[in-house]
Design a protein around this ligand. Structure first.
Ligand SMILES: Nc1ncnc2c1ncn2[C@@H]1O[C@H](COP(=O)(O)OP(=O)(O)OP(=O)(O)O)[C@@H](O)[C@H]1O
Length: 936
């Protein structure tokens, strides 16, 4: 006999969360279809009800868990403050106020935090609001196609009072929410962890005490940030009030703040959304999650399309691993130690003799879930009496697997060769407390019967935990034979002739019943008791009638709704509730284990990406240099049959010492390298700017992006697509790249170009990489465009020791023809090699070789490209003629005035007639003149 599946915590679909339905009501609405049988396996809708139960259990709303609420403010001429809350981590982050910050800091914060909601005070500078435009990140193609593209996040302007320092501080002081016996909020400063024990040492519960404790972990002098934190807390409170009725305890579990942490933008490379999109590092994507319409943001889900991030995130196995990968991409680091540690770890994982261990690690990680989410569910189940049963079977199963596989991961990490000083290995061995994890695993397995839970699709408590529960289960198990005995007893009282088959059955929530076949003539059972002891008809089916008899009444009295008692019994719920509390005692260990699994997963994903895409370990250096040998574009190379790799060499202002450069270059052999080396020797410096010219489609843009991507990947601690790369720590990647068209209808493409370039000019430092592709194309007069490009390049070159590394591409050959940009050692030119074939019919054909060559290209082969792409022959001939004239400096206006045959004569006639009309003045037109005009 198997126990029917009516799990603890079942709630019918029409009952709102937080309400109990009482048993008598449920009796009146049995959810099963009775069947005639003498077994106690009655419920044909068991699977169904279980599904529903899982579905309706009041777990945390997963949409809420994805929320990241950020508040920013800028005060006193540029002091920027920011605080944000991450629902999944239940963490409130504080930034140290940034003095003399600018709107650019706000742009960085936007990318760094990747929020779903942004709060600003109404009084904030319009420029800040512009910078926070949630529509940034929308692609025109999507808009043009008429698709609804949701904004990146919800931007709310809030009354300035919500950002007030005193009220915010008061809100922070009261942060001891969720604490039943005093505050349980752990405050953590950047790089410092407040342990539970440490916390216990300061048991002040009064306001002053809370304030002191708060001040120990958060810089309360960062007044603008404190105001922002207050605004975030007000927002969370508003959301809670909108969801729950006053006094509902469940509200405490929504948007709980369990830790506070400081964060800093120091050591983060600046990269904005424009750059992430134009370099195809990430794709913005519809994220239907938040109330209202759901914003578009970079999410950690699995739907990232064709992007660099997609190539790596694909390899992560755990939600927390995917989350971290996303963080790496949104927050590239300038901390050389952090980057070298990641690079070293990837190298260790890629060692051929570690391949078995890596495989095993990946296999185990597949069974690891984000335990933070599970803990939220447990806490919710524990604190909310109405949803205690809501801790679903999945939660226990997930925990068990988590503990088992974490221990396996710990064992495997010990076997990784060459990783003795690898930080992740040591963290795992040190923080995955073997004893603690094993002990908790044992405790869970001692309470939950996983085998029976599987069979019965509900959480089944082990026998031996509770005597009362065991008794009931024993009785239930013995029901089958009891039913048979009672049936035998009843059968003796039923007339023997004609023989009548009776059965005794048990239905949960209905009780025990006797079943006899239906007599079609009477519509009653073929037997329904004797006159002294008539049976009471309960219901019938097509051919059976169900009766309650004195015997079944007695059994009901004795055993009651035994199944309901077992499954819905407070006893069982209580046991699970206690177990949940035990698990929560291990919260610290579980979260750290879960987070470290995520870190390991993210590093393994980087290693797998490196292996899959044939990447090499970059040499990160403090020298201000980019030196790439055999660089490739990770995405482009997937789209062409054979990708041509190219080298790069750039030195920013005060790059590297001549000595370093010479030593490095001894190992370089290509002619380009020698030229660069010689140039560097001559000047004790090298090119900080490379300008690419050459035909359309020759590979200029791809090359520029490829270099930027190598630099970017190196700064997330990843291997890079090259044979060899030496990458200087870069503080910003600033781009003006044409693939990304206008992001907002209010701005023309050219305006956007100008904004991007002026931003680059004002913020680039000698440590930055600036990529300018085809700037100035959108100007009405080509001469404006050429002038602008030339001005931009010139001003970047003139920054002297402060000049950034710049990669540019332009079609404005005139700036070089006319010597507008004077040659100098810091300026170098490159072009992609093309073969020009002159065919018999005087047509020219180009073959693109995608091979980077030093120097400028002679021609942009514009007409050849046009001809190859189907532009009519006459147009090409005419264009070539005009190009020839222009290059000879002839007047193009006059040249354009040359008329085709006959057209000039006609115009002369027309002119003559016009003049005659004018001479005729107001007089009547003479007949002969009119005739002449009409006969023409
Ligand atoms: N290194 C390479 N190896 C192989 N194919 C390449 C390489 N670089 C570019 N290509 C191919 O050439 C195409 C055109 O490249 P790209 O857009 O960079 O040209 P471009 O010179 O910038 O053109 P335009 O001046 O019109 O913008 C790419 O889509 C790609 O298919």
């Amino acid at each position: 006999m198997s126990v029917p599946a009516t799990p603890a915590g079942y709630r019918p679909s029409n009952v709102p969360p937080g309400l109990h339905i009482n048993r008598s009501e449920r009796r009146r609405s049995p959810s099963h279809t009775p069947q005639a049988s003498n077994s106690c396996q009655p419920n044909t809708t068991a699977g169904d009800s279980n599904d529903r139960a899982e579905h309706f259990n009041p777990g945390p709303d997963t949409d809420d868990l994805d929320e990241v609420v950020m508040a920013v403010d800028m005060k006193d001429r540029g002091t920027v403050g920011c605080s944000y809350y991450v629902a999944r981590a239940e963490k409130l982050y504080f930034m140290e106020d940034v003095k003399s910050g600018s709107v650019d800091v706000i742009a960085t914060l936007k990318t760094f935090v990747n929020p779903t909601v942004v709060l600003v005070p109404v009084r904030i500078d319009e420029k800040v609001v512009e910078r926070l435009d949630p529509n940034e990140g929308r692609l025109d193609s999507a808009e043009d196609s008429g698709d609804h593209v949701p904004p990146a996040y919800l931007l709310e302007e809030r009354p300035s009072g919500e950002f007030g320092y005193d009220s915010s501080k008061a809100r922070l002081v009261n942060l001891n929410i969720g604490a039943d016996d005093g505050p349980d909020v752990a405050f953590i400063a950047a790089g410092d962890v407040l342990t539970a024990e440490k916390f216990e040492e300061t048991p002040e519960t009064n306001t002053q005490g809370n304030l002191l404790r708060l001040a120990a972990w958060v810089n309360l002098d960062s007044k603008v940030t404190v105001g922002c934190a207050g605004a975030v807390l007000s927002y969370l409170q508003r959301r809670r009030s909108a969801r729950f009725l006053p006094g509902d305890e469940a509200a405490h579990e929504m948007f709980r703040v369990s830790t506070v942490e400081m964060f800093s933008l120091k050591n983060t490379m600046f990269i904005n959304i424009d750059t992430l999109l134009s370099l195809q590092i990430m794709e913005s994507e519809s994220h239907p999650q938040v109330h209202n319409q759901g914003p578009t943001r970079f999410n950690s889900g699995s739907k990232e399309g064709f992007s660099i991030y997609g190539l790596f995130h694909f390899f992560a196995r755990t939600p927390q691993g995917r989350f971290l990968i996303r963080q790496y991409f949104l927050r590239p680091s300038t901390n050389i130690d952090v980057l070298n540690e990641r690079l070293k770890t990837i190298s260790v994982f890629l060692r051929p003799d570690n391949s078995d261990s890596v495989e095993l690690l990946i296999k185990n990680l597949k069974s690891i879930k984000n335990i933070r989410t599970i803990l939220i569910k447990l806490r919710k189940g524990v604190s909310n009496s109405s949803s205690r049963g809501g801790i679903t079977r999945n939660v226990w199963e997930t925990l068990r697997k988590f503990l088992f596989h974490s221990l396996k991961i710990r064992d495997t990490m010990q076997e990784v060769l060459g990783g003795e000083d690898m930080s992740i290995r040591n963290k795992i061995l040190g923080r995955f407390e073997n004893a603690g994890l094993t002990e908790l695993g044992r405790k869970i397995s001692a309470v939950i019967d996983f085998e029976a839970s599987d069979e019965q699709s509900r959480t089944v408590v082990m026998r031996g935990i509770d005597a009362e529960l065991d008794n009931m289960k024993r009785t239930y198990d013995g029901l089958e034979s009891l039913l048979a005995q009672v049936n035998e007893h009843i059968a003796q009282r039923v007339p023997a002739n004609p023989p009548i088959e009776t059965n005794v059955v048990y239905y949960p929530q209905v009780g025990f019943l006797v079943v006899v076949p239906l007599d079609e003539e009477t519509g009653d059972g073929v037997y329904s008791g004797n006159p002294r002891d008539p049976w009471e008809r309960v219901f019938s089916t097509e051919n059976m009638v169900y009766y309650s008899t004195s015997e079944t009444a007695e059994m009901n009295h004795q055993f009651g709704d035994i199944f309901g008692l077992i499954t819905d019994l407070d006893k069982e719920i209580e046991i699970l509730h206690e177990l949940a509390q035990v698990v929560l005692e291990y919260e610290g260990l579980l979260t750290i284990t879960s987070d470290l699994c995520g870190e390991l997963d993210s590093l393994l994903a980087l290693a797998q990406g490196a292996k899959a895409h044939n990447l090499c370990k970059p040499h990160m250096t403090d020298d201000n240099v980019i030196e790439i040998k055999g660089g490739r574009h990770l995405l482009q190379e997937l789209t062409v049959p054979s990708y041509v790799a190219n080298d790069t060499f750039l030195i920013g202002g005060e790059g590297q010492s001549t000595l370093d450069l010479n030593q490095e270059n001894v190992r370089q052999t290509t002619s380009t390298r020698i030229q660069w080396r010689d140039k560097a020797r001559e000047t004790e410096d090298g090119p900080s700017m490379l300008i690419m010219t050459g035909p359309n489609y020759s590979g200029k843009s791809v090359y520029l992006k490829q270099v930027a991507l190598v630099v970017f990947l190196a700064h997330i601690g990843s291997f890079v697509p090259a044979k060899k790369a030496k990458i200087g720590i870069t503080d910003k990647i600033l781009t003006r790249v044409s693939t990304r068209e206008s992001v907002s209808k209010a701005q023309s493409t050219f305006m956007l170009d100008l904004q991007q370039v002026s931003f680059a000019l004002s913020t680039a430092t000698r440590r930055s990489l600036v990529v300018i592709d085809e700037f100035g194309k959108g100007t009405e007069a080509a001469v404006d465009g050429a002038g602008l490009v030339c001005g931009v390049f010139e001003s970047l070159l003139r920054l002297g020791k402060e000049r950034p590394k710049v990669l540019g591409a332009t079609h404005f050959h005139e700036i070089f023809e006319n010597g507008f940009l004077a040659p100098r050692p810091s300026l170098s030119f490159g072009h992609m090699e093309v073969h020009v074939h002159h065919e018999a019919n005087s047509q020219t054909q180009l073959t693109y070789l995608y091979n980077l060559k030093d120097g400028r290209s002679i021609s942009s082969f514009g007409t050849t490209c046009a001809s190859m792409n189907g532009v009519a022959r006459e147009i090409i001939i005419r264009a070539e003629e005009l190009i020839r004239l222009a290059s000879r400096g002839e007047d193009l206006v006059a040249a354009c005035a040359i008329m085709p045959d006959g057209e000039a004569d006609e115009l002369q006639d027309a002119e003559r007639i016009g003049r005659q009309f004018l001479q005729a003045g107001n007089m009547d037109m003479p007949r002969e003149l009119l005739d002449e005009v009409l006969t023409l």
